[in-house]
Design a protein around this ligand. Sequence first.
Ligand code: SF4
Length: 203
Amino acid sequence: MPEPTLAVGGLVPFTTIDFPGRLAAVVFCQGCPWRCTYCHNPHLLPRGPGALAWPDVFGWLASRRGLLDGVVFSGGEPLLQRDLPAALTEVRALGFATALHTAGAYPERLAAALPLLDWVGFDVKAPFAEYAPIVGCAAGCAARQSLELLLASGVPHEIRCTVPPQLDEATLGRMAAELAGFGVAHFTQQVCRPATLPMKHPE
Ligand code: SF4
């Protein structure tokens, strides 16, 4: 079987806050199809090979067995990587628990990855009919489908929302009501870091 190809834009060797209950490394995947106005990792947005070769990252992870117990795939949007399930399988074979940070741009790929995941941090951007002004395209349908898949999977997760200025109280209220309709009683609100504002959507 061919080696997985994963575009890796960066690596955080140790975190206690990105994977609940785990000492983990974070693998930042390169590329995202969206352009959120507040993106905190704009250098990870362009598609491309990434700064790090996956075999090198995997070799480093192998050297961390016994020191870490989890690996988080973040981004960018990790589900842009077609080989993510193969990489998750490899990482699990090393004995690590696996986590994903996603905004749900690719429901079919999320469905393939869910059986290989121990935890998911899922970003909801806005009420699903109101994604375009935030992410730069009408992506709410894909995000809603991904959320439904995650909730049906039983994989432990956190639903969260970064709150930029354009998400006012009324919009957050509509979002909370919509999520409640899916059975999500609570979502974490993250403060938008002003230093990253604003990023313009491409024309
Ligand atoms: S989904 Fe938005 S915030 Fe996340 S990496 Fe893509 S552009 Fe940035």
